[in-house]
Design a protein around this ligand. Sequence first.
Ligand code: GDP
Length: 587
Amino acid sequence: MVTKGKHPKRQTEPSLPQVELPSNTSIKHLADVLRVEPVKLIKQLMRKGIMANVNQVIDFETASILASECGYIAQEKEERKIKISHPLEGGSKLQPRPPIVTVLGHVDHGKTTLLDMIRKTNVTAREAGAITQHIGAYQATVNDRKITFLDTPGHEAFTTMRARGAQVTDIVILVVAADDGVMPQTLEAANHAKAAGVPVVVAINKIDKANANVEHTKQQLADLGLIIEEWGGDTICVPISAKKGEGLQDLLENLFLLSDMLELKADPTTPAEGVVLESRMDKTRGPLATLLIQKGTLRTSNVIVAGNTWGKIKAIFDDKGKQIHKCGPATPVEVLGLGDVPRAGNVFRVSPSEHHARDTAEKQAAKTPRSSLSLSAISSQISEGETKTLNIVLKTDVDGSIEPIKSSIERLSTEKVKAKVIHSASGSITESDIILASASNGIVIGFNARVAPGATQSAAAEGINIYNYDIIYKMIEDIDKVLHGMLEPVYDFVLIGRAQIRAIFPSKGKGTIAGVYVNEGKIHRSATVKVIRGGAVIYESNVSSLKRFKDDVSEVNTGFECGVGIEEFNDFQVGDTLEFYREEKVT
Ligand code: GDP
């Protein structure tokens, strides 16, 4: 923190601004604090004969010399500082509740091992014996305090929840294997947690391995902006071996410490509300849903609504499979009694009556899917002053283009609107990117990026638009227009109908005519048409003629036959599909 001297009087009392520095700090962090470019500090060190890179950690003494050369007085910081991102809700009935923790990290870095080990060592023997199945979450007891772990590691599940409107997690444990260091999914997970505003505790795992390099991993984390406490940052970092159980108590204690600082509380006296974590259809018992209660108390015979399904709770089971009759905040339970299987991520609520529950569920079912979040829609929101930050998930073909694109995008920010790249990486645009954009009410921008299978579908389902560019200035120009709320309307080709070719006729002077049957939508004389054969588009042009019997018509509906001619195309085959498109303004 920089505190300026109030009355700088140069001659009498030189009053330089003060900065607080930790006992050890990285050059990068110090540069941030002193508001100078890291290279300036590196040059200062070089003049003293010290060769350092931006991640180099230096002690307080060295840092204070650099600080004074930059015009600051350094003071050593003592206190542990953690950002509190979940302010306490008001109300007198609030009571402390267990923290809800999700484990994220790169594949094979030990997430499952960690969750299993905590379960094994912190669920009492009697209870442990009773665990027959995983229900998607469990509660561990440490020194008489409870802690709830969500059992599906991986940020896809975490972010899917958010995309559906449910913020479940209080704390993220980011697992990084010390033998492998920070990997692409580590970065992704860190960004997902950041986008959700959830504090991260880093567990540097596999410290039992001979090739574990904890210090290097810490430096890599600093690169991600996760500066650990001993280097002056806010991030709690605990070295562990999930496999051997080493460091786990320390990790758990730190989770409690953080959870105390977050002052996690909930009112247990209200009707229950929470989130569906998992659901499945049991052949004999019917729909089963794992619920995480976030506030209030859930009781057997409560009527609940979850998304577009509802039901009267017939039975409640805790995470050990034991039947219980009521449960309070931050508890995961499995319930029986819903009419259908709800979606993971659906919010659930206790309803005052069956009638009310049915009504609410039906209304939910009738709701139209979320409108598409297109650049032009965002643009008009910005011009109406609704959106202040445009969140962007950026994917590029190669690593080298990330930084220049990212900084060009972020430079577009003005006082009123901010362009924020919440995640960037090289590689294909994946479902995970779509879900992150959806959860953050943002967009996905690709630069020469491939779209992975599944991502297109997921984008359609989430109502997220993918923008892929191959020219940087065009990308920047569009984003700039969005930010200034003046994007030109975008036109897109919308599918209006499909027809199948059943016969082919020669037509005098007009080449060949396809005799088709319209099996979907309607086809129009002014449409653009694509000829599809074997799943691939083999030709695209305009309709040249559309006839029913001998008459020219302007359109033909589903279930009718007609003759179609296509401009400069004669190579029809029986079985080809014709797709008809109309150009429409996309909003
Ligand atoms: P996940 O993909 O992140 O869930 O990773 P897993 O928990 O499945 O672990 C991947 C592999 O790393 C497994 O073979 C684990 O046994 C191993 N592993 C996990 N934690 C440790 C550890 O602390 N030390 C060592 N040596 N191996 C570990």
